[in-house]
Ligand binder design. Sequence first.
Ligand SMILES: NC(=O)c1ccc[n+]([C@@H]2O[C@H](COP(=O)([O-])OP(=O)(O)OC[C@H]3O[C@@H](n4cnc5c(N)ncnc54)[C@H](O)[C@@H]3O)[C@@H](O)[C@H]2O)c1
Ligand SMILES: O=c1ccn([C@@H]2O[C@H](COP(=O)(O)OP(=O)(O)O[C@H]3O[C@H](CO)[C@@H](O)[C@H](O)[C@H]3O)[C@@H](O)[C@H]2O)c(=O)[nH]1
Length: 339
Amino acid sequence: MKILVTGGLGFIGSHTVVELQNEGYEVVIIDNLSNSSIDVLDGITAITNKKPHFEKLDLKVKADVQDFFKRHNDIVGIIHFAANKAVGESVAEPLMYYENNITSLVYLLQELRGLNKKNFIFSSSCTVYGQADELPITENAPVKPAESPYGNTKQIGEEIIRDTCRVNGDVKAIALRYFNPIGAHDSAEIGELPIGVPQNLVPYITQTAIGMREQLSVFGGDYPTSDGTCVRDYIHVVDLAKAHVVALQRLLNVENDSNFEFFNLGTGTGSTVLEAVQSFERVSGTTLNYKIVDRREGDVIAAYAETSKANKVLGWKTELTLDDAMASAWKWEQKIRTK
Ligand SMILES: NC(=O)c1ccc[n+]([C@@H]2O[C@H](COP(=O)([O-])OP(=O)(O)OC[C@H]3O[C@@H](n4cnc5c(N)ncnc54)[C@H](O)[C@@H]3O)[C@@H](O)[C@H]2O)c1
Ligand SMILES: O=c1ccn([C@@H]2O[C@H](COP(=O)(O)OP(=O)(O)O[C@H]3O[C@H](CO)[C@@H](O)[C@H](O)[C@H]3O)[C@@H](O)[C@H]2O)c(=O)[nH]1
């Protein structure tokens, strides 16, 4: 069965391609390489022994998207990762974010018309909840006004899919709201490759430990949490990737009342920034140079998932720990810097 993975050479997409291939799916990747490298294809192939079909294509170019689907009208499922994802950049360049994240989605959904199987999985984010009133966060928590254009593209994206499903009963869609994906494949063949100075915690930690950055700034030590630092739900990217396979299987095999569903994907456990640092120090055997500095604008205090919907309905739960994720991120960082 042929599955299209957009953004399949990116961080989460590449790990999902591996899990799909492991389950026997035939994978076609679209990526414009705006935030990834063609080398990732070799990394995937080294793990699975099967090179996925790859097309360098920009989803913002409607004619190219239409042409792609003319040649691949036997696709039975689409997993749509391709998007810009840097929160700060989206504040500075809102139209770039709206153009890329929204038009790509619309062009893909338009092409569902020509497919016999119209199954669609969308990468959403826990950012849609903002600072939730209650923790852990259930799928019933209200969607809060977006803090950034990036966050808004995820909210609008979900609405576009909901509206599409409402009038097209044969379209089946699932939005997956990721908490904080981290880590790398255990083989260290693929992992996270941020361009420039990392904005996210874990790549900043590993780059500090390897000597590329002098010191980790811990943003805020006076939050109302157990140690004063923010709480997040860090999920191993391999666990996250596997959730896409079960979500796809649900779309392919299960008849249910709703043709648009959404699920939180997290571990259900919150960790503070300092607990994440301690986990890294534990598994790497290094001492990290860090300093507590002022709060970062826009950070929510705490976010972690209530995962029982995904556990029960998808039959999925995380298997890997924060320590596993940190160990894999460290292994990956060490491998790419010694290449
Ligand atoms: N990483 C996170 O913390 C996180 C959290 C929540 C949601 N998400 C969402 O998950 C998805 C994947 O995230 P990621 O961390 O793997 O990001 P990533 O940047 O590593 O991967 C995205 C891929 O999409 C490609 N791409 C972007 N625009 C494209 C276009 N117009 N045409 C073709 N390819 C294009 C990029 O080159 C890249 O390879 C994104 O939609 C992101 O918003 C990520
Ligand atoms: O150098 C750093 C980087 C981060 N942090 C802190 O670490 C935590 C996690 O930060 P980060 O890794 O940047 O993740 P989030 O800000 O939670 O956002 C990520 O997770 C969201 C939910 O999935 C996505 O929407 C965003 O795109 C993605 O960047 C926060 O408390 C940050 O203040 C630091 O203290 N120092």
